[in-house]
Design a protein around this ligand. Structure first.
Ligand code: AMP
Length: 227
């Protein structure tokens, strides 16, 4: 954190197709503003790894690039939102992904007098997303993200942030599955852009720009709602 910590409850949604940079940017916003990144993809991967009933049900769907049922995702999200560390707000990354999830989220927040302060759509070209996703990997120890072409590690296989050497690639980050994930995004998630536009909370950011330029735009937007 760099002193921009906020004191009021702030809830931000990052919308955008797989590869748009939601995870990367959410992690940076988390660091800067002290908000908590909440990724339903991460929560589901943890459920799969733990072998829970929800994880077993989600595994095959995730591998195919489709969307896990609203029922499972909402149960996992509700559980996480009950934790103390998220009480002053969250950056939602990868949630909501359907209109039913967006409506359920509005209801959940209403129970504690909260709202969505900003839904930010990261605007990208689909064609570039397959390349962006296919080369990415993360440090298994600290979660720092890298890319074979766009952000390689200085020393092959060694994390620049923590020195970890256990690099991970996601099973669903292959070209074929990415195309299915893009299809799911356009069919089920893209309509949320209109949903939040109608609520008056939507902003759009050109996410084909560099990571630093996108970060600057997002910092400005989030500073605007926290200030
Ligand atoms: P992500 O890490 O956000 O790319 O998500 C990886 C996969 O987890 C997706 O392709 C879906 O199968 C599943 N998933 C993550 N979040 C959701 C959600 N909100 N609704 C349905 N499925 C989800």
């Amino acid at each position: 954190m760099d002193g921009s910590t906020i004191t009021k409850t702030v809830n931000v949604i990052l919308l955008g197709p797989p590869g748009a940079g939601k995870g990367t940017q959410a992690r940076m916003l988390e660091e800067k503003f002290g908000l908590v990144q909440l990724s339903t993809g991460d929560l589901l991967r943890a459920a799969v790894a733990s072998g829970s009933e929800a994880g077993k049900a989600a595994k095959a769907v995730m591998e195919s690039g489709g969307l896990v049922s609203d029922e499972i995702v909402l149960a996992i999200l509700k559980d996480r939102l009950g934790d103390d560390d998220v009480k002053s707000g969250v950056i939602l990354d990868g949630f909501p992904r359907t209109t039913a999830q967006a409506e359920a989220l509005d209801e959940l927040l209403k129970e504690t007098g909260q709202t969505i302060d900003a839904a930010i759509s990261l605007e990208v070209d689909d064609e570039a997303m397959v390349g962006r996703i296919s080369g990415r990997f993360t440090c298994g120890a600290c979660g720092e993200g890298y890319h074979d072409d766009f952000k390689p590690t200085a020393v092959a296989g060694v994390c620049e942030k923590c020195g970890g050497t256990d690099m991970k690639r996601r099973a669903d980050d292959n070209a074929e599955t990415v195309r299915e994930r893009l299809k799911a995004y356009h069919a089920q998630t893209a309509p949320l852009i209109t949903y939040y536009e109608q609520q008056g909370s939507l902003s759009k950011v050109d996410a084909m720009a560099s990571i630093d330029d996108v970060k600057a735009s997002l910092d400005g937007l989030v500073a605007g709602i926290t200030g």
